[in-house]
Design a protein around this ligand. Structure first.
Ligand code: LLP
Length: 404
């Protein structure tokens, strides 16, 4: 995205023109950014060619997954719905891993029938259930076990998953117990150790620590693992002040790990692939002066983009038409929903905005649309994929008749 003649553009197309054509609010994704992210990700780890499984939960649009598939990525799914979507997008079953603490019997059944690469189990009970179903089907099912390394990912508390108080994975004693159980089962083939410590991680050191813990755990067993699935979590720069994750250091730590353990690495990145490709364009409905600040009331709301309301997450806001006039009062950007948390951000300094102006909410490609809802009976937004001069509708705007 850049400004051309004071107009914000995406791949050289003026956002204002897109808004005229498709209405607001809308989600747009840059194809070239997506391509660049995937290529950078691959380059960062090219010395050991990992299997990269896109975390579908971050963006469930079938057309986005289709594009990602064309670059050779697999999928990480956490429900039957996501598994069906990944298959619909054409991802080969042998590139799909299924994570999650609460897979139902129906989901396990489905995953076994589809012959996916791995079911990453998160408890002994789940493994017993997989075993029971596999026995009925007279099949040997390949699984992974997710361990909880008790590592602080130094990210938002709400999206940290690798500490012992979190519900995810099993501790090392249970892990060894599970290895024994699997070795005594004819229907289970334990091939993978998996781990995922959290999301939006910008410091490589928690990853380093996680690898040390995994290495120690592996050293204490003779079981031969074919894969180690390191999950995702690589953070992006939402804020210009954010530091960037040092991929070089993460890569070095993995290479060191691979010297001791001959395994294939799997990654499950979501945000780092799709996060900065997405922009939410919204129109200002009203500007309300409340004395000390002005409310900029947008046509987009927390149901369209939950992250600020749910985690206090920061998303940069840009004007679609730039001007040099500065506002005298702080601006609070809010949506029309009947909740006080329906607020995107308060900015002390911003250019003067008026009713009907457009603004861009940045870096919403991950956990934007996928976390959206119909709260307040608001229809879901249209999604557009911008590829050079072409604009493709990759999901139609919902109509009221679809939800009423
Ligand atoms: N693998 C597993 C097992 C996960 O739980 C997750 C994310 C990922 C991979 C992908 O993580 P990523 O590379 O995208 O960080 N809704 C929150 C993020 C929740 C992440 C949940 N798990 C947000 O909007 O920040």
């Amino acid at each position: 995205m850049k400004y051309i003649n004071k107009k914000l553009t995406i791949e050289k197309i003026n956002f204002q023109k897109i808004a005229y054509k498709f209405g607001t609010p809308f989600y747009s994704y840059s194809y070239f950014k997506l391509k660049e992210n995937i290529s950078n990700f691959k380059k960062s780890f090219r010395s050991f060619s990992p299997l990269i499984c896109f975390a579908v939960k971050s963006n469930t649009n079938v057309n986005i997954i289709r594009e990602i598939k064309k670059f050779g990525l697999g999928a990480d799914v956490v429900s039957k719905g996501e598994l069906m979507m990944a298959l619909k997008a054409g991802i080969a079953p042998n590139k799909i891993v299924f994570s999650g603490v609460g897979k139902t019997s129906d989901e396990i059944n489905f995953a076994i029938d589809k012959k996916i690469l791995l079911i990453n189990a998160e408890s002994l009970s789940e493994i017993k259930e997989i075993n029971r179903i596999a026995k009925i089907k007279n099949k040997k099912v390949i699984i992974g076990v997710r361990i909880n390394p008790n590592t602080d990912a130094k990210t938002l508390n709400q999206i940290s998953t690798g500490k012992k108080e979190n519900k995810f994975g099993v501790n090392k004693n249970t892990f060894y117990e599970i290895i024994n159980y699997c070795n005594n089962s004819k229907n289970i083939d334990l091939k993978c150790l998996s781990v995922h410590i959290g999301s939006q991680i910008l410091d490589y050191r928690p990853y380093e620590k996680m690898l040390k813990t995994v290495s120690q755990i592996l050293n204490k067993t003779n079981h031969k693992f074919e894969f180690v699935d390191l999950g995702g979590g690589m953070g992006i720069t939402y804020n210009d002040k954010n530091k960037q994750l040092n991929y070089k250091k993460y890569n070095t730590a993995i290479l060191k790990f691979l010297k001791r353990h001959k395994v294939r690495i799997i990654f499950e990145p979501g945000r780092s692939i799709i996060g900065n490709t997405g922009t939410l364009i919204s129109k200002i409905i009203y500007v309300k002066d409340s004395g000390s600040k002005k409310f900029i009331i947008l046509d987009a709301a927390m149901n369209d983009l939950m992250r600020p309301a749910l985690y206090g997450a920061f998303h940069k806001i840009l004007p679609v038409t730039k001007s040099n006039k500065k506002s005298k009062k702080p601006y609070e950007f809010v949506g029309p929903i009947c909740e006080s948390t329906d607020k995107f951000i308060t900015l002390k300094k911003f250019q003067v905005l008026k009713e009907r102006d457009l603004i861009a909410i940045c870096d919403v490609g991950a956990y934007g649309m996928s976390l959206s809802s119909n709260y307040n009976l608001r229809p879901k937004l249209v999604e557009l994929l911008i590829k050079g001069p072409n604009i493709k509708v990759i999901r139609k705007r919902q109509k009221h008749k679809d939800i009423i």
